[in-house]
Design a protein around this ligand. Structure first.
Ligand SMILES: Nc1ncnc2c1ncn2[C@@H]1O[C@H](COP(=O)(O)OP(=O)(O)OP(=O)(O)O)[C@@H](O)[C@H]1O
Length: 241
Protein backbone atom coordinates (compact mmCIF):
# COMPACT_ATOMS: atom_id res chain seq x y z
CA UNK A 1 0.00 0.00 0.00
CA UNK A 2 1.10 3.55 -0.72
CA UNK A 3 0.47 5.92 2.17
CA UNK A 4 1.08 9.64 1.70
CA UNK A 5 0.53 11.89 4.67
CA UNK A 6 0.65 15.69 4.73
CA UNK A 7 2.86 16.01 1.64
CA UNK A 8 3.91 19.63 1.25
CA UNK A 9 6.14 20.98 -1.49
CA UNK A 10 7.48 24.48 -1.19
CA UNK A 11 9.60 25.76 -4.06
CA UNK A 12 12.56 27.57 -2.44
CA UNK A 13 11.88 31.27 -2.87
CA UNK A 14 8.72 30.39 -4.80
CA UNK A 15 5.19 29.11 -4.36
CA UNK A 16 3.88 26.33 -2.14
CA UNK A 17 2.90 23.91 -4.88
CA UNK A 18 1.46 21.08 -2.72
CA UNK A 19 -0.29 21.79 0.56
CA UNK A 20 -0.73 18.92 3.00
CA UNK A 21 -1.80 16.17 0.58
CA UNK A 22 -2.81 12.84 2.19
CA UNK A 23 -4.15 9.60 0.70
CA UNK A 24 -3.76 5.81 0.77
CA UNK A 25 -3.64 3.77 -2.43
CA UNK A 26 -4.23 0.01 -2.45
CA UNK A 27 -2.35 -2.38 -4.77
CA UNK A 28 -4.13 -2.78 -8.11
CA UNK A 29 -5.95 0.56 -7.97
CA UNK A 30 -6.10 2.75 -11.07
CA UNK A 31 -6.02 6.31 -9.77
CA UNK A 32 -6.40 9.35 -12.00
CA UNK A 33 -5.14 12.74 -10.88
CA UNK A 34 -7.16 15.66 -12.22
CA UNK A 35 -6.87 19.40 -11.76
CA UNK A 36 -6.47 22.59 -13.76
CA UNK A 37 -3.16 23.62 -15.26
CA UNK A 38 -0.76 24.61 -12.47
CA UNK A 39 -2.73 22.83 -9.74
CA UNK A 40 0.28 20.61 -8.89
CA UNK A 41 -0.52 17.31 -10.66
CA UNK A 42 2.93 16.74 -12.18
CA UNK A 43 4.69 17.86 -9.02
CA UNK A 44 2.65 15.34 -7.01
CA UNK A 45 3.56 12.56 -9.42
CA UNK A 46 7.25 13.53 -9.38
CA UNK A 47 7.20 13.57 -5.55
CA UNK A 48 5.74 10.04 -5.56
CA UNK A 49 8.49 9.01 -7.99
CA UNK A 50 11.09 10.68 -5.71
CA UNK A 51 12.20 12.81 -8.63
CA UNK A 52 11.32 15.87 -6.62
CA UNK A 53 12.25 16.46 -2.96
CA UNK A 54 9.54 16.68 -0.31
CA UNK A 55 9.46 19.77 1.91
CA UNK A 56 7.51 17.86 4.57
CA UNK A 57 5.22 14.88 5.01
CA UNK A 58 5.63 11.13 5.33
CA UNK A 59 5.69 8.51 2.61
CA UNK A 60 5.25 4.78 3.28
CA UNK A 61 5.26 2.06 0.62
CA UNK A 62 4.27 -1.39 1.88
CA UNK A 63 5.13 -0.27 5.38
CA UNK A 64 8.59 1.08 4.50
CA UNK A 65 9.28 4.67 5.55
CA UNK A 66 10.70 5.93 2.24
CA UNK A 67 11.83 9.40 3.36
CA UNK A 68 13.30 7.99 6.59
CA UNK A 69 15.46 5.57 4.60
CA UNK A 70 17.25 8.28 2.61
CA UNK A 71 18.99 7.01 -0.51
CA UNK A 72 17.76 3.44 0.13
CA UNK A 73 14.20 4.73 0.01
CA UNK A 74 14.89 6.41 -3.30
CA UNK A 75 16.40 3.20 -4.68
CA UNK A 76 13.33 1.21 -3.57
CA UNK A 77 11.04 3.66 -5.35
CA UNK A 78 13.14 3.59 -8.53
CA UNK A 79 13.05 -0.20 -8.50
CA UNK A 80 9.36 -0.65 -7.77
CA UNK A 81 7.79 2.37 -9.40
CA UNK A 82 8.22 3.36 -13.02
CA UNK A 83 7.75 6.94 -14.11
CA UNK A 84 6.19 7.13 -17.56
CA UNK A 85 6.51 10.41 -19.38
CA UNK A 86 3.94 11.73 -21.84
CA UNK A 87 6.48 11.13 -24.62
CA UNK A 88 8.32 7.93 -23.73
CA UNK A 89 12.03 7.86 -24.47
CA UNK A 90 12.78 4.77 -26.55
CA UNK A 91 16.04 3.84 -28.21
CA UNK A 92 15.11 4.83 -31.76
CA UNK A 93 17.16 2.33 -33.74
CA UNK A 94 16.30 -0.68 -31.57
CA UNK A 95 13.22 -2.85 -31.91
CA UNK A 96 10.26 -2.73 -29.56
CA UNK A 97 11.47 -6.05 -28.14
CA UNK A 98 15.01 -4.75 -27.52
CA UNK A 99 13.63 -1.62 -25.91
CA UNK A 100 11.58 -3.77 -23.53
CA UNK A 101 14.53 -6.04 -22.81
CA UNK A 102 17.13 -3.37 -22.30
CA UNK A 103 14.94 -1.25 -20.00
CA UNK A 104 14.87 2.41 -19.18
CA UNK A 105 17.51 4.63 -17.63
CA UNK A 106 17.51 4.00 -13.88
CA UNK A 107 16.02 0.53 -14.27
CA UNK A 108 18.92 -1.17 -16.03
CA UNK A 109 22.72 -1.02 -15.61
CA UNK A 110 24.38 1.35 -18.08
CA UNK A 111 26.56 -1.41 -19.58
CA UNK A 112 23.46 -3.38 -20.49
CA UNK A 113 21.80 -0.37 -22.09
CA UNK A 114 24.96 0.43 -24.07
CA UNK A 115 25.74 -3.08 -25.28
CA UNK A 116 22.15 -4.24 -25.65
CA UNK A 117 23.21 -7.59 -24.15
CA UNK A 118 20.37 -9.62 -22.70
CA UNK A 119 20.03 -13.11 -21.31
CA UNK A 120 18.26 -15.61 -23.55
CA UNK A 121 15.67 -16.52 -20.94
CA UNK A 122 14.66 -12.86 -20.63
CA UNK A 123 13.28 -12.97 -24.17
CA UNK A 124 10.32 -15.10 -23.17
CA UNK A 125 9.20 -12.72 -20.44
CA UNK A 126 9.60 -9.71 -22.72
CA UNK A 127 7.61 -11.33 -25.52
CA UNK A 128 4.87 -12.27 -23.04
CA UNK A 129 4.60 -8.68 -21.91
CA UNK A 130 4.66 -7.36 -25.49
CA UNK A 131 1.78 -9.69 -26.23
CA UNK A 132 -0.10 -8.40 -23.16
CA UNK A 133 0.12 -4.85 -24.47
CA UNK A 134 -1.09 -6.07 -27.87
CA UNK A 135 2.10 -5.42 -29.83
CA UNK A 136 3.23 -8.90 -30.77
CA UNK A 137 3.18 -8.14 -34.49
CA UNK A 138 5.26 -4.99 -33.88
CA UNK A 139 7.88 -6.67 -31.67
CA UNK A 140 10.63 -6.30 -34.27
CA UNK A 141 9.72 -2.83 -35.47
CA UNK A 142 12.25 -0.09 -34.65
CA UNK A 143 11.39 2.37 -31.87
CA UNK A 144 11.12 5.37 -34.18
CA UNK A 145 8.79 3.50 -36.55
CA UNK A 146 6.18 2.98 -33.84
CA UNK A 147 3.24 5.34 -33.37
CA UNK A 148 2.93 7.46 -30.21
CA UNK A 149 0.44 5.03 -28.68
CA UNK A 150 2.61 2.02 -29.54
CA UNK A 151 5.64 3.72 -28.02
CA UNK A 152 3.66 4.35 -24.83
CA UNK A 153 2.64 0.67 -24.73
CA UNK A 154 6.30 -0.39 -25.20
CA UNK A 155 7.19 1.87 -22.27
CA UNK A 156 4.50 0.18 -20.15
CA UNK A 157 5.76 -3.30 -21.10
CA UNK A 158 9.35 -2.21 -20.43
CA UNK A 159 8.49 -0.93 -16.95
CA UNK A 160 6.65 -4.11 -15.99
CA UNK A 161 9.30 -6.49 -17.36
CA UNK A 162 11.85 -4.76 -15.18
CA UNK A 163 9.84 -5.35 -12.04
CA UNK A 164 7.79 -2.20 -11.55
CA UNK A 165 4.67 -2.84 -9.48
CA UNK A 166 3.45 0.74 -9.73
CA UNK A 167 3.25 2.91 -12.83
CA UNK A 168 3.34 6.68 -12.38
CA UNK A 169 2.21 8.12 -15.70
CA UNK A 170 2.19 11.82 -16.53
CA UNK A 171 -0.49 12.43 -19.18
CA UNK A 172 0.05 8.99 -20.79
CA UNK A 173 -2.44 9.71 -23.59
CA UNK A 174 -1.62 13.36 -24.27
CA UNK A 175 -1.36 13.95 -28.00
CA UNK A 176 -2.70 10.52 -28.96
CA UNK A 177 -5.71 10.06 -31.21
CA UNK A 178 -8.78 8.72 -29.37
CA UNK A 179 -8.32 5.15 -30.63
CA UNK A 180 -4.66 4.98 -29.55
CA UNK A 181 -5.50 6.64 -26.22
CA UNK A 182 -8.19 4.06 -25.60
CA UNK A 183 -5.75 1.21 -26.30
CA UNK A 184 -3.14 2.61 -23.90
CA UNK A 185 -5.69 3.12 -21.13
CA UNK A 186 -7.24 -0.30 -21.71
CA UNK A 187 -3.74 -1.82 -21.36
CA UNK A 188 -3.18 0.04 -18.11
CA UNK A 189 -6.55 -1.07 -16.78
CA UNK A 190 -5.87 -4.69 -17.74
CA UNK A 191 -2.51 -4.57 -15.94
CA UNK A 192 -4.31 -3.37 -12.79
CA UNK A 193 -6.96 -6.07 -12.95
CA UNK A 194 -4.87 -9.05 -14.08
CA UNK A 195 -1.42 -8.32 -12.68
CA UNK A 196 -2.36 -6.25 -9.63
CA UNK A 197 -0.25 -3.36 -10.92
CA UNK A 198 -1.03 0.00 -9.32
CA UNK A 199 -1.47 2.88 -11.79
CA UNK A 200 -1.38 6.52 -10.78
CA UNK A 201 -1.86 8.71 -13.82
CA UNK A 202 -2.29 12.41 -14.46
CA UNK A 203 -5.29 12.47 -16.82
CA UNK A 204 -6.86 15.86 -16.94
CA UNK A 205 -8.15 15.96 -20.50
CA UNK A 206 -11.60 14.75 -21.51
CA UNK A 207 -13.46 12.02 -19.67
CA UNK A 208 -10.69 9.42 -19.79
CA UNK A 209 -10.37 9.42 -16.00
CA UNK A 210 -14.08 8.74 -15.50
CA UNK A 211 -14.06 5.99 -18.11
CA UNK A 212 -10.98 4.07 -17.05
CA UNK A 213 -9.89 4.91 -13.50
CA UNK A 214 -11.30 3.32 -10.33
CA UNK A 215 -10.69 6.49 -8.41
CA UNK A 216 -10.20 10.19 -9.10
CA UNK A 217 -8.06 12.46 -6.97
CA UNK A 218 -8.60 16.14 -7.73
CA UNK A 219 -6.23 18.99 -6.99
CA UNK A 220 -6.97 22.68 -6.84
CA UNK A 221 -4.15 25.11 -6.21
CA UNK A 222 -2.03 22.45 -4.50
CA UNK A 223 -4.81 21.12 -2.27
CA UNK A 224 -6.59 17.79 -2.51
CA UNK A 225 -10.23 18.76 -3.03
CA UNK A 226 -11.72 15.54 -4.44
CA UNK A 227 -11.13 11.85 -3.75
CA UNK A 228 -13.90 9.69 -5.21
CA UNK A 229 -14.18 6.02 -6.10
CA UNK A 230 -16.29 4.10 -8.58
CA UNK A 231 -18.36 6.95 -9.96
CA UNK A 232 -18.22 9.95 -12.25
CA UNK A 233 -17.57 13.48 -11.04
CA UNK A 234 -20.70 15.49 -10.34
CA UNK A 235 -21.09 18.87 -12.05
CA UNK A 236 -20.35 20.53 -8.69
CA UNK A 237 -17.14 18.51 -8.30
CA UNK A 238 -16.06 19.39 -11.84
CA UNK A 239 -16.38 23.06 -10.89
CA UNK A 240 -13.82 22.52 -8.12
CA UNK A 241 -11.12 21.49 -10.59
N1 LIG B 1 10.73 24.46 -9.90
C1 LIG B 1 9.68 25.31 -9.87
N2 LIG B 1 9.87 26.62 -9.67
C2 LIG B 1 8.83 27.50 -9.61
N3 LIG B 1 7.55 27.12 -9.76
C3 LIG B 1 7.31 25.81 -9.97
C4 LIG B 1 8.35 24.84 -10.04
N4 LIG B 1 7.78 23.61 -10.25
C5 LIG B 1 6.45 23.83 -10.33
N5 LIG B 1 6.18 25.14 -10.16
C6 LIG B 1 4.84 25.76 -10.16
O1 LIG B 1 4.00 24.92 -9.42
C7 LIG B 1 2.71 24.88 -9.98
C8 LIG B 1 2.30 23.44 -10.23
O2 LIG B 1 3.08 22.91 -11.31
P1 LIG B 1 2.75 21.49 -11.93
O3 LIG B 1 3.62 21.30 -13.12
O4 LIG B 1 2.82 20.46 -10.88
O5 LIG B 1 1.22 21.69 -12.36
P2 LIG B 1 0.28 20.79 -13.26
O6 LIG B 1 -1.01 20.71 -12.53
O7 LIG B 1 0.95 19.52 -13.60
O8 LIG B 1 0.12 21.70 -14.54
P3 LIG B 1 -0.09 21.31 -16.11
O9 LIG B 1 -1.42 20.63 -16.20
O10 LIG B 1 -0.08 22.63 -16.79
O11 LIG B 1 1.06 20.44 -16.50
C9 LIG B 1 2.75 25.73 -11.22
O12 LIG B 1 2.24 27.00 -10.93
C10 LIG B 1 4.22 25.80 -11.54
O13 LIG B 1 4.52 27.00 -12.21
Amino acid sequence: MIRVSQLTKQIPGGPKVLKGISFDIEPGEFVAIKGASGSGKSTLLRCLAMRESWTSGTYHVNGVDILGKGILGKIKIRREMAYLEAKPVLIKNRSALKNVLIGAVGQTPAWRRLTGMVRNDDYMGAMDMIEKVGLLEKAHQKGDKLSGGEQQRVAIARALVHGATTLLADEPVAGLDPHAAEQVLADLKRMCKIQGVTVIAVMHQGDWAERFADRIIGLNNGELVIDIKGRRLTEREKMLL
